[in-house]
Ligand binder design. Sequence first.
Ligand SMILES: [Zn+2]
Length: 420
Amino acid sequence: MTREKRLEKNNKIREKGKETRLKRQNQVCRVFRVKIDFSHLNEQEKTHLKMIFVEAKWLYNDALTFSNSNDINEYDYKLTTVHGLNKDKQPVTRELENLSSQMRQAVIQDIKHNIKALSVMKKHGRKIGRLKYKSNYESINLQQYGNTYKFCDKKHIKIQGMKKSIKIEGAEQFFDVPGIEFANAKLLNLPDGYYVAVTTFQDKGGEIKKYKPEIGIDMGIKTSITTSEGKKINVFVGETKRLKKIQRRMMKRKKGSSNRYKMQKLLRKEYQKLDNRKKDKANKIVHDLLEHSKVYMQDENLSSWHKGLFGKTVQHSILGFVKNKLMKNERVIVLPKSVATTKTCPKCGRINNEITLSDRIFECSCGYKKDRDIHAAQNMILLSKVNKNTCGTQEIFLSNAFGEDVRQLKSQDLNAASLN
Ligand SMILES: [Zn+2]
C-alpha cells in the first residue's frame, strides 16, 4: 500500500468513527451473552474451539516475551509460528492453525492495552509489577460484526475460521428487537462452557419514562442497603454446600495430581455459578433503585471493610458491584465521604458527634429519634441539597424535605459536619 492510499484509508476510518460516535449518542448499549451448544459440535469443531484459546495463550505469551526486550508495536501478528516453552521448560515452536488473523490482532491488542494500563498506574504512583504470562486465555475480542462473527439466525452463529455455523442458546432475548445493531463481541472460555458476549445498540425510546420519587440509600456493613423509604435490602449471596464440599475434597487430593486438577476445575465452575448469582442479584437491585428519578448515596470506602473483621461477609457481598454500577449513572448523586450523614440531625441541624458505630438508633437532644440507617439514607437527600446551597451564606434554610417545618442550619455546624 502506498503512503497516499494508506492516508486516504485512515481518513476514511476516522470519518466513519465520528459518524458512529454521533449515532451512538442516541442509542442504548447492552451486552447479551449467548451460550455455545458445545454438545452438538462434532469432534473437529470441539477441538477447533478449544485450540483457539490455547493458541491465543501461546501467542500472548510469545508476544509478551518479545515485548520484554522490544517495542510491542513491532511484533508481527501475521506470523503463524510462535515460540514458547513446553511442560518441561524446553523451547518449542508452535503453529497457529485455528486462530484467525483478526483474532491474532485482538490478542496483540490485548497486550498493548495491558502495557498501557500498567504505565498509567505507574504514572499515578502505584507500585507495579511485570505483566504475567497467562496459563489460561479466557476472552478473545471479535472486533467486527459480519467479519469475525455473524449471526446466521437466532439459533446459529458463524465464527471466523470455523467452517460451519454453530448452534447457540439465548439469542432470542435480543435477536428480534427492531433496529438492533451488533457491534463487537467477546468469545469467552468460562469454566461452565463457551459463550459469546455480544455488544448491541438500540435506539433510545422516544417516550419519557415515569420515575418514582427520589430516594436516598445508606450502605452499611450490618444491614447492607437501607433506603430512605425504610426498606432494607440484603446484598449477601451465600456459598452453596456443594462449593464447600468440593473445597474439602480438593484439599484431600495430592498436589499436582490429576484428581486435584479435576477438583480445581469443578471448583472454578462452582465459583463462576456463584459469580453469576451475585451479578444477577446486583443487576436486579441496581435496576430497582434506578426506577427512582434520582438516587442519593455516599462514596463509602468499601475496600477498607475488606481489611477489617468483616472480611468473609464482605467477600460475598455485592455491595461493591452495586456501588460501581450506580456511580456510572447520571441520575445518581454521590456525596463525598466528608459529609456527616449519620451525625447530622435533620430537625435541628445539630451535629451529634457522640453517636458511635454500635448505636442502631439515632437520637438527638431536640427529641428527634429514628433508625440509624433510615435516618442516614434520608439525610443523603437532604444534605446533598444543603451542600449545593452553601455558597458563602451565613445561614442555610433547609427545604421541607421530610414534611416537617422549615429548618435552619448554622453554617458553622455545616463546617463541623464537613470535618467529620
Ligand atoms: Zn436535633
